[in-house]
Design a binder for this molecule. Structure first.
Ligand code: ATP
Ligand code: MG
Length: 228
């Protein structure tokens, strides 16, 4: 599903080049659940945003569902993103001018789904995430943990083929965090490919394998001792 060949990224400021990702070669098969771990600043979020087609400023080759991402035009990349990916941002990125309900409806608006069905999908999701009472609030009226729940709900609502989640439970109570991981496991069992970034060994145990990043390099790939 995902193939990266020699993907590299750097920032240049004041004549100085800082490498953030180095010669990343990575293959992720459809139906896999992969964890990315590594110290702060290792490049995890950077890698995830490249996988999520949110960043175009990098070198190398990236094939997603056999499409050469490195050759796609911005519009095509955007279309592919909307059709196939649910992304949970480390800092949520909810739309501030929209209510919780409206935020959840956005991914559905990209698909060809009749209005009545959209309403029932949003209601089911509000219910599943225990946030029915928050549906008319705006993101800045929610706690950090509640915003994170909405961000996860938004990423999964349209049943994307690929879920990319950056520290999706970092701000949640441990029980809520566990519920999110159980939900990911269920979606993965049903065929959704998942790539998560986490600092938590407990969350990593839900994945099939863990990729360790350090200073922009993949330093190891190992099979996880799996939950369940
Ligand atoms: N716009 C930018 N300009 C310069 N350097 C940047 C920029 N954005 C990110 N970086 C650098 O890229 C490196 C990787 O950042 P990234 O956010 O991917 O780390 P991370 O592994 O996700 O860390 P964390 O665990 O803290 O979230 C960091 O050293 C960061 O300073
Ligand atoms: Mg990060």
């Amino acid at each position: 599903m995902i193939q990266l060949r020699n993907v590299e990224k750097c920032y240049t400021a004041g004549g100085q080049t800082t490498w953030v990702l180095r010669r990343i070669n990575l293959e992720i098969r459809e139906g896999e659940f992969v964890t990315i771990m590594g110290p702060s600043g290792a490049g995890k979020s950077t890698l995830l945003s490249i996988l999520g087609l949110l960043d175009a400023a990098w070198a190398g080759e990236y094939y997603l569902l056999d499409q050469p991402v490195h050759r796609l035009k911005p519009k095509e990349r955007n279309e592919l993103n909307k059709r196939t990916i649910g992304f949970v941002f480390q800092s949520y990125h909810l739309l501030d001018s929209m209510t919780v309900y409206e935020n959840l409806d956005v991914p559905l608006s990209y698909r060809n789904i009749p209005r009545a069905q959209r309403v029932s999908m949003v209601c089911d999701t509000l219910d599943r995430f225990h946030i029915v009472g928050k549906k008319d609030l705006f993101p800045n009226q929610l706690s950090g943990g509640q915003q994170q729940l909405v961000a996860v709900a938004r990423a999964v609502i349209a049943n994307p083929k690929l879920i990319l989640a950056d520290e999706p439970t970092g701000n949640l109570h441990s029980q809520q965090g566990k519920e999110i991981m159980e939900l990911f496991k269920k979606l993965n069992d049903e065929g959704t490919t998942i790539v998560q970034v986490t600092h938590s060994e407990a969350n990593a145990a839900y994945g099939h394998r863990t990729i360790q990043l350090k200073d922009g390099w993949i330093v190891s790939e190992e099979k996880a001792a799996r939950v369940g």
